[in-house]
Structures are given as structure tokens and as C-alpha cells.
Design a protein around this ligand. Structure first.
Ligand code: ATP
Length: 239
């Protein structure tokens, strides 16, 4: 299997403080990979480094065989690497449908193909269909999360980077949102890098995982192996 994303010895710093201290990680085509770890471990910074919002001070990121060092975040987005940031960031004063339209106007799709895609997104997230004429600020946290993901899917990404999609959601909704992502990946061959504090949930929906502590990867493996790993169980699964 070829890798859609490869990270080698990546170092990311804020001023003099290194938040990511030389990590190696990859995502194969069609794989769902999770990066788990406690608060402040460097997970969000890793995602920001991948899309170029934080410039690497060492190492490399390769997307679909292409080094990203000279590429801007918007170029990467146009070529299929899309980040759904923590805290969602939908346009609060627009309706659900308008939010999707804004994303659509930035995509290459037009006419019938676009209508089909929007129909498909409402199929994946029926709650959005029910609330399509509601202003986005009136949505629940989970619905806003679905809208943020729906907007990202309109860009027809090859690699979706998701930062804490379960944040602020009830356990039931969090499970639903994460399982929807993993099902979409299976059905459409989408590659996903999922950052989560809820390790149990993330591992249940992923093929592989990495565990991050203070800027370093301290464990990696198949989701099943990590779920069985004593250290991981003790530190992250509460058992
Ligand atoms: P969380 O789950 O709490 O979001 P995280 O694993 O995503 O945690 P990061 O947000 O990547 O962690 O933070 C890693 C380290 O970098 C932390 O020590 C944090 O305080 C620091 N950091 C993050 N953003 C900045 C910033 N803009 N300026 C300075 N330091 C930062």
C-alpha cells in the first residue's frame, strides 16, 4: 500500500520551545490512523505542522509523494489535504445549507456533480438535512461538528485531518461522529488522521494508532495491539 502521508523526524517549535520533538508517522491510502495522547502532548501542533500552519524547524512532511515544505496551506487544501480544526469553526450567522454552499463555491465541483455530493453529505449526516435552514449558531455541538466535517468532505479530500471531533460531545454523539468518519473512509477510500483525547473511542474506529507524550511518539501499532498494550491501557484507557 502506498502512503498518502509520510512524516520523518518532524520537529515543530513555538519560539525556543519544541512542542514536537522529531516524530515519524505515516498514513497509508484508505487508512484511518489515530494519534492519541494527553493534553499538551503535541497532537494539535502535529496537525498544524502537517498543513503548514506551523513551519517545521526540522524533518519533512510528504503528501502523496510530494514534499510539502514549499507548499502553502491553501495549495495543500486544493490538492486534497483538509484539516477540520478543534473547535469546529463554522460560519455561525449562516444556515447549514449556506455553510455547505460556501464550501462548495471554493471546490472545483459544479452543477449536477455538486448537487449529488451535497445530497450524499445529507445522507451521511441526516441531522444536517433536517436542520439545513437553521442558523448554524443554533446547532448543538455535535451538529456543528457534523457540519464542519460535511464542509470538509465537499472539498473531496484525499486525506482528512481531524482535531478532536469528539470534544464537547455526549458519549453517544461522540461515538456516532467518529464511527461515521470511519465508515465513510471504508466506503470511499478516504485516508484519515484522527487526533483524539478519547483514546478508547479513537482506537475503536481506527486501523492503527500512535501514542504521543511530550512531543514524542512513545508507542505505535495496530489499534488492536494498542488496546491490548498494558501501558496504553493504564495511561489512556483507564484500566
Ligand atoms: P490538547 O489536547 O490539549 O489540544 P495537544 O496534544 O493537541 O493538546 P498541543 O496543542 O499541540 O497539544 O500543544 C503542545 C505544546 O505546545 C503545549 O505545551 C502547548 O502549551 C504548546 N503550544 C501550543 N500552541 C502554542 C502556541 N501557539 N504558542 C506557544 N506554545 C504553544
Amino acid at each position: 500500500m502506498t502512503n498518502i502521508l509520510e512524516i520523518n523526524d518532524l520537529v515543530l517549535s513555538y519560539g525556543a520551545a519544541a512542542a514536537v520533538r522529531g516524530i515519524n508517522l505515516h498514513v497509508a491510502e484508505g487508512e484511518v490512523v489515530t494519534l492519541i495522547g494527553a493534553n499538551g502532548a503535541g497532537k494539535s501542533t502535529t496537525l498544524k505542522g502537517i498543513v503548514g500552519l506551523v513551519k517545521p524547524s526540522g524533518g519533512s512532511v510528504t503528501f502523496a509523494g510530494e514534499p510539502t515544505a514549499k507548499r502553502r496551506t491553501d495549495w495543500l487544501a486544493r490538492h486534497g489535504m483538509n484539516l477540520v480544526p478543534e473547535g469546529r469553526k463554522v460560519f455561525a450567522a449562516l444556515t447549514v445549507a449556506e455553510n455547505l454552499d460556501v464550501a462548495a463555491s471554493a471546490s472545483n465541483l459544479r452543477g449536477h456533480a455538486l448537487k449529488e455530493l451535497i445530497r450524499e453529505i445529507y445522507g451521511i449526516f441526516p441531522r444536517l438535512d433536517e436542520r439545513k435552514d437553521s442558523l448554524s449558531w443554533t446547532l448543538s455541538g455535535g451538529e456543528q461538528q457534523m457540519l464542519a466535517m460535511g464542509r470538509a468532505l465537499i472539498a473531496k479530500p484525499r486525506l482528512l485531518l481531524l482535531d478532536e471531533p469528539s470534544l464537547g460531545l455526549s458519549p453517544k454523539l461522540a461515538t456516532e461522529v467518529v464511527q461515521l468518519i470511519s465508515r465513510y473512509s471504508r466506503d470511499h477510500g478516504l485516508s484519515v488522521l484522527l487526533v483524539e483525547q478519547n483514546a478508547r473511542l479513537a482506537l475503536s474506529a481506527s486501523d492503527r494508532g500512535y501514542v504521543m507524550e511530550t512531543g514524542r511518539i512513545v508507542a505505535e501499532g495496530s489499534a488492536d495491539d494498542l488496546q491490548d498494550n498494558q501501558e496504553v491501557r493504564r495511561a489512556y484507557l483507564g484500566s
